[in-house]
Ligand binder design. Structure first.
Ligand code: SF4
Ligand code: FES
Length: 257
């Protein structure tokens, strides 16, 4: 397959702010898949001139806008908030909008492919429905019975701290799609669902903890975790995912949470 090239350069944010960067040649090796064209995925190289301080998402935009409009990927916020652009970059799950080219060895071709364990629909876009179904299954919302407050539900700073880490999840699926158990058997709830269950199980205002623990006591629940720490390594929000899973396991044994 021929290699499209892009010599023209759009200015990065740093350039606009006066910090002139130098351009380097970078090859992006992207795993392409279009079920309307072929049942097989293929790698395609794009050679670009980029500022090392630009992000992988900037490169994907340039390819799509200037070289090949059929390149398909998800992104929304472009600032690490919406969680829509998780992908495997040089074999590791990352957010394209938070990955600077200079940080991933641009001397070699940079590989970009869809996250694993979920069905690829086209190029870098996967079917997220199984992921979100597991999220919905753990009831990721506050459950209370009666005692409606007239104002907010109060909570001490200590009680709030108990689940602070797991409030940071942006549902990007980087953790779940880096988990070997999930790759082998998509039935496993996966780290992200457990993180979001943890967020409410350990919330002193919530009354649905027992229900959620029973849901995760299932054969496809927390006990499938093999503590490989892939999830913690993959999380772009720095959440201690494995620790949260361990805390849910412990709560299941002790029924203290
Ligand atoms: S726990 Fe981290 S990696 Fe997993 S979905 Fe949430 S933000 Fe993404
Ligand atoms: S585009 Fe929203 S997190 Fe990257």
């Amino acid at each position: 397959m021929s290699t499209p090239t892009l010599e023209k350069h759009s200015k990065s944010l740093d350039d606009l702010e006066g910090d002139q960067g130098h351009l380097i040649k970078v090859t992006f090796r992207i795993r392409r898949f279009n079920p309307e064209v072929s049942a097989d995925a293929t790698w395609q190289d794009f050679q670009m001139e980029m500022d090392p301080k630009e992000r992988v998402l900037d490169a994907l935009h340039k390819i799509k806008w200037e070289l090949d409009g059929t390149l398909t990927f998800r992104r929304s916020c472009a600032h690490g908030i919406c969680g829509s652009d998780a992908m495997r970059i040089n074999g590791k799950n990352r957010l394209a909008c938070k990955t600077l080219i200079k940080d991933i060895n641009p001397d070699k071709p940079i590989t970009v492919e869809a996250i694993k364990g979920l069905t690829v629909l086209k190029d870098l876009v996967v079917d997220m429905e199984p992921f979100f179904q597991a999220y919905r299954d753990v009831m990721p919302f506050l459950i209370t019975t009666g005692n409606e407050p007239t104002r907010e539900r109060r909570q001490s700073a200590e009680d709030r701290e108990r689940f602070d880490d797991t409030t940071k999840c942006i549902l990007c699926a980087a953790c779940t799609s880096s988990c070997p158990v999930f790759w082998n058997d998509g039935q496993y709830f996966g780290p992200a669902a457990i993180v979001n269950a943890h967020r409410f199980i350990f919330d002193s205002r919530d009354e649905g903890g027992e229900q959620r623990l029973e849901i995760l006591n299932d054969k496809d629940g927390v006990w499938r975790c093999r503590t490989t720490f892939n999830c913690t390594d993959a999380c772009p929000r720095g959440i201690e995912v494995t620790k949260a899973i361990q805390e849910v396991k412990r709560a299941l044994i002790t029924r203290r949470f």
